[in-house]
Design a protein around this ligand. Structure first.
Ligand code: SIN
Length: 504
């Protein structure tokens, strides 16, 4: 397409060798329903965003397949909820071990369908596996309370946590393994069952998790995984289904709002947890350690080519540090980044996922340029690599007049904004209708506590740009969602708290 044919042939050969999957049974193209791999006549293509090549044709499930899977999960709940918690913990531990044993293959599948560099995919697989380990350890510690009665000293009040039933899991393409792991692990820990609709861009990582879960001893029907590209129809169907007791969704705010409305339309009101879009501020205060702030921004802004909900979206730099910060950031990008196919040696950043994503990034950059932003590096598509590659970009002198200040970029663009004082920057950072993550760098203890409390977000990184791990209660405020995933609180959203009042 854009390279000469000899170069293309060599690249394809190299790609094939480096992406060879040892245990090819991990590549599944059928739906996983009731512990069986089930095929339908309808199929859809999964493509590699780096090359545009079709990786596999997978089963395209429709409404009747989802209905069947939900009924099966409902039946399986009757027995799975009775299993001893230690048995469920053992299955979670088995999944953890199997994921680590197969991490290279799982990472290759992930890079093939998502495009992120192989090293990042390996990191995601380990991150995913850690959720299974975490919830293997949480499962036996789902405690209740004994509460003194307010009306009688004889009356005793107890609370217990009970599972909900069938959970509908709807996941995105940016972390095709981790976003399922963070939901599936507490489902198993609490004795629920589930039906998973993975993103149609990245179903292979989800189906590979099905293979692992099966090998780990998860009983049939507990976890059903159904690929489909009838995204909106199936989303609505699962949300409205009477037997589904909770929906958990990770994705955009717009779709989250839509699904939440649909979930209240069916015959029962459902529990709902969702992790939605962000517009994270990254603030470099006057007393920041500049080296650390520069190291932090590389991962925090450019991980997964900027396609994460917790990516730094607006980078506020104190006016005294602004020139040095911007110069050194541009230099780092210039010297250390390599854009390309995730299987090629030395590649640090891959493509965006869609035409729509790259078009949005290009239009935000264009709008900022028109309104006075300076392009310090990048600023356009890297079309010689393929249609979905965008150059890592730094924009200087960004202001509130530009769309990029308010919109989630979901691409490799770092907008730099100058500020003068603490109160001013906190006010500007909070001037957005979402609040997932926020970050700042300061060595002043008063600024640290003040800013951490005042930033209107669900998670704050202080002197770090890396906040993702299983022990962190992951979730946002405002239009960034509801509920927490991971951590000791990650059990709450998957259980109902029941009060038992015992009279004398
Ligand atoms: C996300 O982008 O939604 C998740 C990022 C993470 O878990 O690190």
């Amino acid at each position: 397409m854009f390279r000469n044919s000899n170069t293309l042939r060599t690249l394809n050969l190299l790609r094939k060798m480096s992406s060879k999957i040892e245990n090819d049974y991990l590549i599944q193209t059928k739906a996983f329903i009731n512990g069986k791999w089930t095929e339908t006549d309808d199929k859809f293509a999964v493509t590699n965003p780096s090359t545009g090549d079709t990786i596999r044709e997978v089963t395209n499930c429709g409404v009747s397949d989802f209905n069947k899977a939900i009924e099966i999960a409902h039946d399986a709940f009757g027995t799975f909820r009775q299993t001893n918690v230690r048995e469920r913990a053992q299955i979670l531990d088995n999944i953890y071990n199997l994921m680590l044993e197969n991490k290279q293959d799982l990472a290759k599948i992930l890079t093939l369908e998502n495009g992120k560099p192989y090293k990042d995919s390996l990191g995601e697989i380990v991150y995913s596996a850690m959720f299974f380990k975490w919830f293997a350890e949480e499962a036996p510690r789902i405690y209740g309370d004994i509460i003194p009665s307010a009306v009688s000293s004889d009356q005793k009040i107890f609370t217990i946590r009970q599972p909900l039933g069938v959970i509908g899991i709807l996941t995105p393409w940016n972390f095709p393994s981790a976003m399922i792991a963070r939901k599936l692990a507490p489902v198993i820990a609490t004795g629920n069952t589930c039906v998973i609709k993975p993103a149609h861009e990245t179903p292979l990582s989800a189906l590979a998790l099905g293979v692992i879960a099966e090998k780990a001893g998860l009983p049939a029907g507990v976890c059903n995984i159904l690929p489909t590209n009838h995204t909106s129809e199936i989303g609505e169907y699962v949300c409205e289904h009477e037997l589904v007791k909770k929906i958990t969704f990770t994705g955009s705010t717009k779709i989250g709002q839509l699904l939440m409305g649909q979930s209240s339309k069916g015959k029962n009101i459902k529990k709902f947890s969702m992790e939605l879009g962000g517009n994270a501020p990254y603030i470099v205060f006057k007393d920041a350690d500049l080296d650390r702030a520069l190291d932090g921004i590389i991962g925090c802004k450019f991980r997964q080519s900027g396609q994460t909900c917790i990516c730094a979206n607006r980078i506020f730099v104190h006016e005294d540090l602004y020139d040095e910060f911007s110069k050194r950031l541009v230099d780092k990008i210039d010297k250390t980044f390599k854009l390309g196919d995730g299987f090629q040696d030395g590649v640090t950043h891959g493509p965006l996922i869609h035409d729509k994503s790259i078009d949005k990034v290009a239009s935000l950059v264009q709008d900022a340029k028109t309104k006075g932003a300076d392009v310090l590096i990048g600023g356009s598509r890297a079309s010689s690599l393929g249609p979905l590659f965008y150059q890592p970009t730094v924009l200087g002198n960004v202001t509130e007049s530009m769309d990029i200040f308010y919109e989630e970029i979901f691409g490799p663009v770092a907008p730099l904004i100058k500020f003068k004082d603490v109160d001013e920057v906190i006010k500007r950072a909070n001037d957005t209708d979402v609040g997932l993550a926020g970050y700042f760098y300061s060595q002043n203890i008063s600024t640290i506590f003040d800013a951490a409390e005042k930033l209107n977000v669900g998670m704050v990184g202080v002197n770090t740009g890396e906040i993702s791990e299983p022990a962190v209660p992951f979730g946002g405020v405002k239009n960034s969602g509801l509920g927490k995933e991971g951590s000791k609180y990650g059990i709450d959203d998957y259980t109902e708290l029941k009060a038992i009042i015992v009279a004398p």
